[in-house]
Design a protein around this ligand. Structure first.
Ligand SMILES: [Mn+2]
Length: 357
């Protein structure tokens, strides 16, 4: 295991010096892409995670301080994870649901921690995006925003945003520092995975400015009972196929659970892959985690989903969505078969239940 962890980190090469010079070079272009006379909209991906929330908050701060721009943050889907909800509440970050956004009222549209042609957001395809800042690999031939800053060498968009704030000469208020710290921590799993030197450096620089009491409160939130029920259900349906864990949750109350359960299962001894599926409002959500270097999570899930839906992700974690009509009953089985075949497992093999019933 340890040697794998170190090679994982090596995938992201950004150094602090590069991060600083890139931010200095790109900052004027970023600011020039904003119409400061009109309200600005900043969009996270759907079911926003701490990295996208913190990055959006940082961009809002940057535009307010440097351009006096009035920027709102909007998101699609729900904020399901208790820690993410606690983050928004304790830090007082105002997020508006996308359903209430009138696009014509905004002069500048920004996407953060995602890009125009990603499948993980609900922004209309014909909306002209002025700014996109992200660390996920772009799709080949994807339509670009006016100002596009996609640097896959970073473990978190929060790190990129930290260097923008630094290049702009802005101080970090405690709440923003706390948000960025949580953003970096969560996207790199505590700097263990896919973290570059720049991520580590940013983390250390931000750390003394953060409110650690608040951070502890956010990271250990109270958990509703429904959550335990969902975990119970997931344990019961989990099946192992030769080192591959598959859990089809059926209907889920919030799609965030799917990713959370994938994180929950991947430490399992003897499992190199965890795929969790759940349906919510006519969509199947998939989340894949891997501990193996043999198959890239993002590429694997993209091949599994194929023309059925949209997919995206990194080497060790990836997600996908498939829209369907009706009950969508057969989809999970189709995905499971394709997935096992993709990993060279026998889709007909008898699975082993994870827990005794
Ligand atoms: Mn991210």
């Amino acid at each position: 295991m340890p040697e794998r962890e170190s090679s994982e980190g090596a995938e992201r090469h950004a150094t602090p010096a590069e991060a600083e010079s890139d931010a200095q070079r790109l900052l004027p272009k970023l600011l020039a892409a904003v119409d400061p006379e009109r309200p600005v909209a900043i969009y996270t991906h759907d079911q926003p995670d701490p990295d996208s929330i913190a990055s959006a908050y940082a961009l809002q701060h940057l535009l307010a301080r440097r351009l006096e721009a009035d920027a709102s943050i909007a998101f699609g889907g729900t904020i399901g994870r208790a820690t993410n909800r606690a983050m928004v509440e304790h830090l007082g970050i105002r997020l508006r649901p996308l359903s209430g956004i009138k696009y014509a009222e905004y002069g500048t549209h920004c996407m953060i921690d995602t890009q125009p042609e990603m499948g993980n957001h609900s922004i209309p395809g014909d909306l002209s995006i002025a700014i996109a800042i992200d660390h996920h690999p772009p799709r080949p031939g994807a339509r670009q925003a006016g100002f596009t800053d996609v640097r896959t060498d970073y473990g978190a968009t929060s790190t990129m945003m930290f260097y923008y704030l630094k290049a702009a000469g802005l101080d970090l208020p405690a709440k923003l520092a706390t948000a960025l710290l949580i953003g970096i921590k969560s996207d790199t799993r505590g700097l263990e995975r896919e973290a570059s030197e720049a991520d580590l450096h940013a983390y250390l620089e931000i750390f003394p400015r953060a409110d650690l009491t608040l951070m502890a409160r956010i990271e250990s939130p109270r958990i509703p009972q429904k959550y335990f029920e969902a975990f119970h259900g997931a344990l019961e349906v989990s099946a192992l196929y030769d080192g591959v864990l598959v859990a089809d949750m059926g209907e889920v109350e919030n799609p965030d659970l799917v990713a959370e359960l994938a994180d929950f299962f991947i430490p399992l001894e003897g499992a190199d892959y965890a795929l969790v599926m759940g349906r919510h409002r006519g969509r199947m959500y998939l989340s894949l985690r891997t501990r193996s270097d043999e198959h890239d999570a993002g590429a694997t899930i993209a091949r599994v989903v194929g023309e059925m839906g949209t997919a995206g992700g990194h080497g060790k974690m990836a997600g996908a969505q498939i829209s369907f009509e009706g009950a969508g009953e057969g989809i999970a089985d189709e995905v499971r078969r394709r997935f096992l075949t993709e990993l060279g497992r026998d889709p007909e093999a008898e699975p082993v239940s994870l827990v005794r019933k």
